[in-house]
Design a protein around this ligand. Structure first.
Ligand code: XIL
Length: 509
């Protein structure tokens, strides 16, 4: 697959004013570099039909690009990635300030239900399927024209009681897994970019976790799960997903073995998800990270960072700790950028307001890109900068300040063609009736062909360049081909910590 390297950042930067006017999430910290766009007439008034309503671009001879306003997904797309996204869930949907950023497709091009698609909420009692909450996440993604990563099927945590207490035989547990996957994947058929089919099957030393699945079925639960998922949605990318496989250790090797094991049994594995639950100062370098990713892409797999956060071990973080966190985020995202076949990055909540870290690892926290007040942190600036740097060809080794200087030079040379932009951007990556009169600086933010799922029966598009050998253009016929009962009004899902601690084995991220 060839990563597209056409650099539409040029157009993106030249049309930055509408972005800036469309969204502002609070100011970047004073230490953050401003990105001077140069002088010129690129300050036309832009009207936005986005969720923040209309606003008027600043009219000055010198604009400053607000990296928060450009958005991580837009910057990721400029690098040829498919997505930058976040986990979210329905229990947070009434926080309008939080949702304004979730709904911003320039910021997040893919959503992941943080909890509501797991086994406990989707099948709380055997053969009783509940989809109201994940359907709402899907609806939000659809409305925003965002993709959906679907998460997760066979996992030892957040299991309903019937799974952990039934006296299973090989045959009955196999049938239960197959029924769960057929119903859940079948319900979302065509809607999911990918499914995390099996999650966290491994202990940190690389041995198999002693879950109900492994105890009853040995490693057969892996191909059983992947075969069932492939049957239920032939077009969703099927992932194995785990944490602490970032360090090139026994667990990393074991994850590679899982892929081979499933394939040897006739199953399809398209990708491996690196959860990326990292700790400041204990994150692999960018080069080490990309080397690990390449071990997987060498097996004709795609990889993604699927649950990124970088937690601080003492709070509140000092400026030095925040700088270290920025470095660590850049190592992770940069490692992905450097590898053909790393398709994108998802953060596990974008704001400290809702991160799972403090409650799971007491005494740690501040792990997200935005703080509790939804203000971007230095780590945000660093990630946005490294994405911008790659897209503009500024050396990856450049400091953040250096990147800013590079951007300024880059834009200054292109902004000589005055970019008077009369642009209506609907904040979902679509230019609605836009008129861009700036020479080649057209449509900065939306590639023509992008997978958005088969929402409501409209086939989504997958760029040919990013279709793996085992996948084809998505031609599924719409979503919601539910095969199970879909009674609504359940109270499952959301961020309630349901059904944890099922199964054995250590569980330290
Ligand atoms: C976490 C959620 O963030 C919490 O809200 C929930 O209480 C427990 O699960 N690995 C995974 C995710 O694959 O599903 C987990 O999400 C975090 C670790």
């Amino acid at each position: 697959m060839g990563r597209s390297t056409h650099l539409f950042l040029l157009g993106l930067l030249a049309s930055a004013s509408p972005f800036v006017s469309a969204q502002s999430y609070g100011s970047l910290s004073p230490a953050s570099p401003g990105f001077s766009v140069g002088s010129g007439s690129g300050s036309g008034s832009g009207s936005s039909s986005g969720s923040s309503g209309s606003s008027v671009a600043a009219s000055s001879s010198q604009s400053t690009i607000d990296l928060a306003a450009i958005g991580l997904h837009t910057l990721a797309k400029a690098n040829g990635l498919l997505f930058f996204g976040t986990a979210t869930d329905t229990n947070l949907f009434n926080d309008t300030a939080y949702m304004q950023i979730v709904n911003d497709r320039n910021m997040f091009g893919i959503l992941v239900p943080e909890n509501s698609q797991k086994w406990q909420p989707t099948e709380p009692t055997q053969n009783d399927f509940q989809f109201a909450n994940p359907d709402r996440v899907h609806s939000v993604a659809t409305a925003n024209q965002q993709m959906l990563r679907c998460h997760t099927l066979t996992w030892f945590q957040q299991l309903p009681t019937f799974v952990t207490t039934t006296a299973w035989t090989r045959a009955t547990l196999t049938a239960a897994i197959q029924a769960h996957i057929a119903n859940v994947v079948g319900h979302f058929r065509g809607a999911c970019y990918s499914w995390d089919v099996v999650n966290e099957a491994l202990n940190d030393n690389g041995t198999f976790r002693n879950s109900v699945f492994f105890e009853t079925l040995g490693t057969d639960f892996l191909p059983i799960s992947f075969l069932a998922a492939a049957q239920a949605d032939p077009n969703a990318r099927l992932y194995y997903n785990d944490f602490n496989i970032e360090f090139d250790n026994n667990k990393t090797a074991a994850a590679l073995s899982i892929v081979k094991l499933v394939r040897a049994a006739g199953g399809r594995v398209d990708g491996v998800g690196f959860q990326g639950h990292m700790t400041t100062g204990q994150t692999p370098s960018r080069a080490a990270m990309s080397a690990v990713f390449r071990k997987f892409t060498a097996l004709n797999l795609e990889v993604a960072i699927t649950e990124l956060d970088v937690r601080q071990t003492s709070l509140p973080p000092t400026p030095a700790q925040e700088a270290q966190q920025a470095t660590d985020y850049v190592s992770m995202v940069g490692g992905c950028l450097d590898v053909e076949g790393c398709v994108g990055v998802v953060t596990w909540e974008y704001t400290d307001r809702y991160s799972w870290i403090p409650s799971t690892f007491p005494g740690t926290g501040a792990a997200c890109l935005f703080d509790e007040n939804l203000v971007p942190k230095p780590a945000y600036t660093a990630v946005a900068s490294v994405l911008a740097a790659k897209a503009t060809g500024v050396p990856a080794s450049a400091t953040i300040a250096g990147i800013g200087a590079g951007l300024t030079g880059f834009v200054a040379s292109s902004s000589s063609s005055s970019s008077s932009v009369a642009n209506s951007n609907n904040n979902n990556g679509q230019n609605v009736g836009s008129t861009v009169s700036s020479g080649s600086n057209t449509k900065a933010n939306i590639p023509a062909a992008e997978f958005i799922g088969n929402f409501g029966g409209s086939p989504g598009l997958i760029p040919a360049s990013s279709v793996s050998a085992t996948s084809t253009t998505n031609t599924g016929s719409g979503s919601s081909s539910a095969t199970g009962s879909s009674s609504i009004g359940n109270s499952n899902g959301g961020n309630s910590n349901t059904g944890d601690s099922n199964g054995g084995g250590s569980y330290g991220y």
